[in-house]
Design a protein around this ligand. Structure first.
Ligand SMILES: [Zn+2]
Length: 169
């Protein structure tokens, strides 16, 4: 595993977490429904860390010699924090990947978006990014406050649990 830049493969229960990891710039592949054996095979071939909440799948991954982690927590922020703490991830949306497909995002000029984005949106915002893989256009609209709040919460939770476990030592 590349310590600085781990690749993640998430099982079918963790689609939402995959999106949050992508928003924070991480390579997070999400497979909706794949038999365990094929999922493990995919993680092995891709050199990915398997993220799951399934004890049985986790044990199978360990037996296969894979790097795997059981995600804890109930909400998005808690789950994101648990992964961030385990793998020492910075949670920063400035290096965001496409939340839909995980592709990389490039800045795009407003002029190129006429007809692709509603005119009112083009008027209201200045920065737009487009996914190099699926072509979807992103901007930090009214929903952005909520996204930033969840990331801030996850970052605080990750720092908090780090301190608690240090006290345990
Ligand atoms: Zn995309």
């Amino acid at each position: 595993m590349d310590q600085m830049n781990p690749k993640f493969l998430l099982d079918g229960m963790l689609g939402s977490l995959a999106r949050w990891l992508r928003i924070c710039g991480y390579d997070a592949e999400y497979v909706q429904s794949l038999p365990d054996d094929e999922l493990l095979d995919r993680a092995t071939k891709g050199g990915s860390v398997l993220l799951t909440r399934d004890d049985l799948l986790f044990r199978k991954a360990q037996r296969a010699g894979l790097d795997a982690f059981i995600v804890v927590g109930d909400g998005d922020a808690e789950r994101l924090a648990s992964v961030a703490r385990r793998f020492h991830l910075e949670l920063n949306p400035d290096s965001s990947r496409c939340p839909v497909c995980g592709g990389s995002l490039s800045q795009v000029d407003k002029d190129e978006l006429t007809g692709k984005v509603p005119a009112r949106t083009l008027e209201a915002y200045d920065e737009f990014r487009v996914c190099d893989s699926c072509g979807k256009v992103f901007w930090r609209g009214s929903h952005w406050k909520n996204i930033q709040a969840t990331i801030d919460e996850a970052r605080e939770l990750a720092a908090l649990t780090s301190r608690e476990s240090e006290q345990d030592l």
